[in-house]
Design a protein around this ligand. Structure first.
Ligand SMILES: CC(C)(COP(=O)(O)OP(=O)(O)OC[C@H]1O[C@@H](n2cnc3c(N)ncnc32)[C@H](O)[C@@H]1OP(=O)(O)O)[C@@H](O)C(=O)NCCC(=O)NCCS
Length: 247
């Protein structure tokens, strides 16, 4: 079979496989890894039984299709009941693979202090985090204005763990590494936005030391649906003002 786009092919296999792929789909995913070197997401990679969380590392271009797949699997399960099923049922990863590629390679905003991190040994991705300076998002409907105190403010802008890996400490380990990366990038504080209805994620952020700061915004979730998000914040340590003056 001729495979024109291995990334899209992997996403198609993931979308139809659920947590229990057929032997043919499992073989097809492994073939993509062998032939094209792409990393695989769950359910094609599994956690070590009772083992330590997988390593956290910077994402590489070979991780891009798995990144899109893990993001899709994580939100389509994690946002159930909060976002209409028809929005979650889309088999097109959002953001699309090209967006992730640009973030991972730095093509999107060269030198702008962003990072994409993943949990997973080389060749596998089970969780992802995208971080950087606070985002002037294109999709918000209403958003509060940041204050001048927020000059060293970073953002954990996308964060998700594959559902097959929930509850194993992987989110906590990835977040600790992401916070360290934000500090290394010069940020003294960080924020993130979480859906008001996403009480499980809010419990996670609070267990990891983040607290709501009163910020609220309304964003487009797709297909004309709007959802309310609340902002969480955490002090990370001393910021470096040279980060801003050096750009
Ligand atoms: C929220 C999410 C990132 C948590 O990841 P995880 O790897 O399962 O979390 P961990 O196992 O590292 O849990 C760390 C702590 O968070 C808390 N926590 C995690 N999931 C929780 C849940 N569903 N309900 C209540 N508390 C939870 C626990 O107290 C846990 O502490 P413990 O070690 O004392 O039990 C994951 O469920 C996810 O990706 N959800 C879907 C996408 C999403 O909502 N992303 C966040 C968008 S803002």
């Amino acid at each position: 079979m001729v495979i024109a786009d291995p990334g899209q092919e992997l996403v198609r296999i993931v979308a139809r496989s659920g947590d229990d792929p057929s032997p043919a789909d499992a073989a097809a995913a492994l073939l993509l890894r062998r032939r094209f070197g792409v990393s695989l997401p769950p359910p094609f990679v599994r956690l070590a039984e009772g083992g330590a969380p997988p390593p956290v590392r910077a994402a590489e271009p070979i991780d891009v299709p798995a990144l899109g797949a893990v993001r899709w699997r994580s939100t389509s399960r994690g946002y159930r009941g909060m976002v209409p099923d028809e929005v979650l049922a889309s088999e097109t990863p959002s953001p699309p693979l090209g967006w992730w590629r640009d973030q991972v390679t730095g093509a999107a905003r060269p030198g702008a202090g962003h990072a994409v991190m993943v949990a997973g040994g080389r060749g596998s991705v089970v969780a992802l985090c995208w971080l950087g300076p606070t985002q002037p998002w294109g999709h918000e409907v209403r958003r509060p204005t940041e204050t001048s105190d927020d000059v060293d403010l970073g953002e954990v802008a996308r964060f998700g763990v594959d559902p097959l890996a929930w509850g194993h400490g992987i989110g906590r380990a990835l977040l600790a590494a992401a916070e360290a990366r934000l500090v290394a990038l010069g940020f003294g504080h960080a924020v993130l936005w979480v859906m008001e209805a996403n009480v499980a994620a809010q419990a996670f952020w609070e267990a990891c030391g983040w607290r709501p700061d009163g910020g609220r915004q309304t964003v487009h979730a797709g297909r004309g649906v709007q959802v309310c998000e609340v902002r969480y914040r955490r002090a990370l340590g001393p910021g470096r003002s040279s980060f801003w003056s050096g750009r």
